[in-house]
Design a protein around this ligand. Sequence first.
Ligand SMILES: Cc1cc2nc3c(=O)[nH]c(=O)nc-3n(C[C@H](O)[C@H](O)[C@H](O)COP(=O)(O)OP(=O)(O)OC[C@H]3O[C@@H](n4cnc5c(N)ncnc54)[C@H](O)[C@@H]3O)c2cc1C
Length: 404
Amino acid sequence: MENPTRAQVVIVGGGPAGISTALFLSHAAPELRERIVVLEKEHYPREKFCAGGVGARADKLLSSIGVTVDVPSVALNGVAFRAMGRTTVVRDGDIGRVVRRIEFDHELARVAMERGISVLQGVRVEHVRRVGERVELETSRGKLRPSVVVAADGVGSVVRRALGFVSTTYHAQALEIDTEPVESDLPRDVILFDASHRELPGYYWDFPTLVAGKEMVCRGVYLLRSGEQTPKVQIQDVLAQELEQRGLSLGRYRKKRFAERGFEAHRPTAQPGVVLVGEAAGIDPVTGEGIAQAIQYGATAGRYLARCLREERFEMSDWSEVVAADSVGRDLRVREKGVSLFYGDIRPNVEHFLHSSPEFVKLGLQHFAGKPWSRADMARAGMLALGHTARWAASRATGLGRLP
Ligand SMILES: Cc1cc2nc3c(=O)[nH]c(=O)nc-3n(C[C@H](O)[C@H](O)[C@H](O)COP(=O)(O)OP(=O)(O)OC[C@H]3O[C@@H](n4cnc5c(N)ncnc54)[C@H](O)[C@@H]3O)c2cc1C
C-alpha cells in the first residue's frame, strides 16, 4: 500500500502476533486485504531475543490457512524435566521445533507480503492518542487514524502504555546465550527445563539450535517476577553456575537479555477501536512460551476483526471474552493458574509429581504439539493428579509434610 492513510486496520508490530493477525484477517475477509497495513519499526531480517522453541500447534494453525514457515529448524521429539537431582525425559514424536527468530519472523512476513499484505518496514509508531472513538498513531512516516488498531508491538508496547492499559503483575526476565554443544548435553531432539534452583521462580533451559547452519545450544534462565517483588537471585548468577557445570564460561558469550509479559485473565485487552494481541496482551507466565500463543492470538484476532469490520462494529468490548472462549485464552488461563503451583509453596510436590507421572507430562507435550487428547489419556492423567494430591494431603495431615 503506497498510502497507509487509506488503511482501515493498522497492525503495530510485525512479529508473529502482528503478521498472524494480518494473515488470518485477510484469509477470513480477502476483500479487506487492501485495507490492512502492518507497521514494523525494524527491517527484516531483524533479531528478536528468543530461544525459538515453537510448539507444532503453531505450525498446524498456520497450515490451516495454507501458510508454511520454511526455515532451518531442529526437530523436537521430547522434553526433559530436571529437579531434585533427577532428570526425567518424556518423548512423543514431532512435538515442535527450534527456530531462529531472525529467520522465522522474516519468512512469516515474506509469506504475508507474497499474499498481498502491506508490511511497511522501518516505520515506527512514536505516539498514540485517543481522538473520540478512534486512535491516532503518530508514526515516523506521518499520522494515521484507522478504524482499528491492533497492538502487536510486544512486551514494551507503546500502544498499551499510551492508552493507559493497566500494567500487568507478571513480568519476567530472560537471559540467554548460544554456545557450542558439550558432552553432557541431552540428545538434540529434546529440550531441557531445569528447575533445580529452588530460589529461582523460573528455570534454566538448554534448547538445541542451528546458528547459520551450525549445531549450537541456546542456554538461558527465565525468572518470573510478580508485582514489585525483588528477585532473591540474579539470573546472570544462575546462568554462570549452570555454564560452569558444563565447563563453559559466561564471559565468553554474547549475553541477550529481554523482558516478557505474563498473561492475566482479568486485565482489559481492548478499548474502542483497539485490541491487544501477543505479548502486548500477555503470554504464558510459567514458562515464558509466547510464539505459539502470539500466532494463536493472531488467528483469533483475524477472525474476530473480519466480523467486526463487516458489521462496522468497532467498540471491541467483547474482545476479552472472545479470547477467553478460544484456545489461546483457555490455554493461558490454565498457565496463569500454574504460577502458584510451579513457583509457590507446593513446588516440591509438583516437581515430585512431574517426575513420577510421565503420562501427565506427555499430555502437556501433546498440547504443545497440537495433538488431540484421547479421553483415556485425560482420565488417566486426571486420576494420577487426584491420587498424588490425595497422598500429599494425607502426608501433610500426618505431619510428614512431603511425599516420599
Ligand atoms: C530470552 C527469551 C527467550 C524466549 N524463548 C521463547 C521460546 O523458546 N519459545 C517461545 O514460544 N517463546 C519464547 N519467548 C517469548 C517470545 O519471544 C515472545 O512471546 C514472542 O516473540 C511474542 O510475539 P509478539 O509478536 O507478540 O511480539 P514480538 O515478537 O516482540 O514482536 C513485536 C514486534 O513489534 C515491533 N515493534 C515494537 N514497537 C514498535 C513500534 N513502536 N512501532 C512499530 N513496530 C514496533 C518490534 O520490532 C517487533 O518486530 C522468549 C522470550 C525471551 C525474551
